[in-house]
Structure formats: C-alpha cells, structure tokens
Design a protein around this ligand. Structure first.
Ligand code: TMP
Ligand code: ASP
Length: 253
C-alpha cells in the first residue's frame, strides 16, 4: 500500500490522510517531551501503550454518550479518527492541586480542591501554552461563550468518567488535559473530544502508595515510564500481557 500523506507531525503523534474524506490516521510515536520540548527522550513502547489506552478511554466515553473523534484502532500504533478543527486550547481539569497550579498558588501537591477546576491554556508552543482567562478565549474568537459552556460540560463528564474508571483500579485522577474539536454534520456544528487521553496527558497517582503512574515519571526522573504506563494498562485490563517487555513477539489483537 502506498504510504499515506503526512498532514501534521507533533511532539508525540503524527497525523496522516485517512482512507475516507473527513477521516485521519493518528500515529502514536515513542517520543516523550516535557517543559515545552526542552527535555526529550524516546521511550520504547510508549506509543503502543498510549494508542491502546486512548482507544480504551475514548471507547468508554462514547459508550456513555460523550462524543469523541475515535473511530477504530487500526494496528499497534495507529487509529482511525474523525478529522476535526481543533480549538486552540488545552482544557485542563483539576481535582487535586499539583503541577503548575500547586506551584503558582504555593499549594501542597495532593490537596483536594473544593470542586473540579477547569482552566484553559492557549495552544502555542512558541509561547509555552500560556494560561488564559475565558475573556481572552471569547475576545480573540478561539471559541464562543456557547462553545465554552459546551466545553465545560464535556470536560466535567470526561472528568467524572475518568475519575470513576481510575478509582475502580486504585488510581486517583489528579488532573488531566483534553483537546476539543469542531465537526460539522451538514450545517450543524458539534464539539467532540479529540487528540488523545493517555498517561501523557493525565496525572495518575496510586491510591495506596501515591506512586506516579503518568508522564511526571519522565518529567521528574522518577523511574521507568513504560513500567508506569504498563501498570495503568494492566490494571484496566487493556493489555493482557506485558507486551513492551516481551521476550518474543506477542500478537496484539
Ligand atoms: P500542569 O500542572 O503542568 O499545568 O498540567 C496539568 C495537566 O495537563 C497534567 O495532567 C498534565 C497535562 N499537560 C499536558 O497534557 N500537556 C502539557 O503540555 C502540559 C503542560 C500539561
Ligand atoms: N507536552 C509538553 C512538552 O513537550 C509539556 C509537558 O507535557 O510537560 O513539552
């Protein structure tokens, strides 16, 4: 088969032209970056794990009626997705203080927040994805007030779903980031969950031990990232065996 046309390459994924109009193929790389790509590494197996985990979360969301871009997984590193127009915002939901919020406000990491807090960063690597108030989002036309209301509703549903699923396997969902895309069904515009949901874009702490099972393992040099992601996948029943450490080829269905 002729190689598909590459449309976009980001830090962790590549988008190729899809087989039908309105579809794309999303390829998960093994590359990890942090601090706006100041820190980089290639972590064998990360792309395979994130492809499976994002499939798992997006499929679960679809099953409870939350629309996503996911259509089907194609192979170990690729999935078929709906083409969307990405809203240039990182939508961050926080349940417990951590990361940049803990730093900005001088809070202890792990402090329960009074309620889920949603914040928006403007997606621009050159600027380091700055936090922006809703006022900016609307004034600069990145989204309308109605879009923002819909985005908040979507983000809270994703939060409840992911928190519950993770709680069920002994993991606390501290915070996460999602991206939202616009699609048109005839003249009707809808907002759907796009990009990926994986331990690259969440903070996940073991409820018993507090161990980090997310990209902070890489950001903060806390050990093996593949081991952490494999543990999340194993608990969720996403990977029947530890494929990344297999000593002989393992067939993944
Ligand atoms: P932060 O505390 O560093 O602002 O991160 C909040 C959440 O967003 C955390 O779950 C990690 C995720 N995140 C991304 O997915 N991409 C990013 O570029 C950053 C900075 C954070
Ligand atoms: N994804 C961002 C980067 O590469 C930051 C992060 O996740 O920490 O640079």
């Amino acid at each position: 088969m002729a190689r598909r046309k590459k449309l976009y390459e980001g830090k962790a994924k590549i988008l190729y032209e899809g087989p039908e109009p309105g579809t794309l193929v999303q390829y998960f790389k093994d590359d990890a970056t942090a601090f706006n790509a100041e820190k980089r590494a290639t972590i064998e197996g990360k792309g395979v794990l994130n492809n499976r985990l994002s499939e798992f979360f997006m499929t679960g969301l679809a099953n409870i009626g939350v629309p996503t871009h996911f259509i089907k997984r194609l192979n170990m590193r690729e999935q078929l997705i709906r083409q969307v127009e990405i809203i240039p915002l990182e939508v961050i939901v926080r349940n417990f203080a951590a990361g940049s919020m803990a730093k900005r406000l001088g809070l202890e990491e792990g402090m329960a927040l009074p309620r889920p807090i949603i914040e928006f960063s403007y997606k621009d690597d050159a600027l380091g994805d700055p936090l922006v108030p809703e006022e900016y989002v609307i004034a600069f036309g990145w989204a309308t007030q109605q879009d923002l209301d819909d985005i908040v509703a979507l983000a809270l549903r994703v939060n409840d779903f992911l928190s519950g699923v993770m709680y069920g396997v002994g993991i606390k969902l501290v915070d996460f980031k999602i991206e939202i895309g616009r699609v048109w069904d005839n003249d009707f515009m809808r907002l759907i969950v796009a990009d990926e949901i994986s331990p690259d874009s969440c903070r996940l702490w073991d409820i018993e031990t507090g161990a980090h099972l997310d990209k902070d393992v890489f950001r903060r040099d806390l050990g093996s990232l593949t081991d952490a992601y494999t543990e999340v996948a194993r608990r969720l029943g996403v990977l029947p065996t530890n494929v990344t450490h297999a000593t002989k080829p393992t067939l993944i269905n």
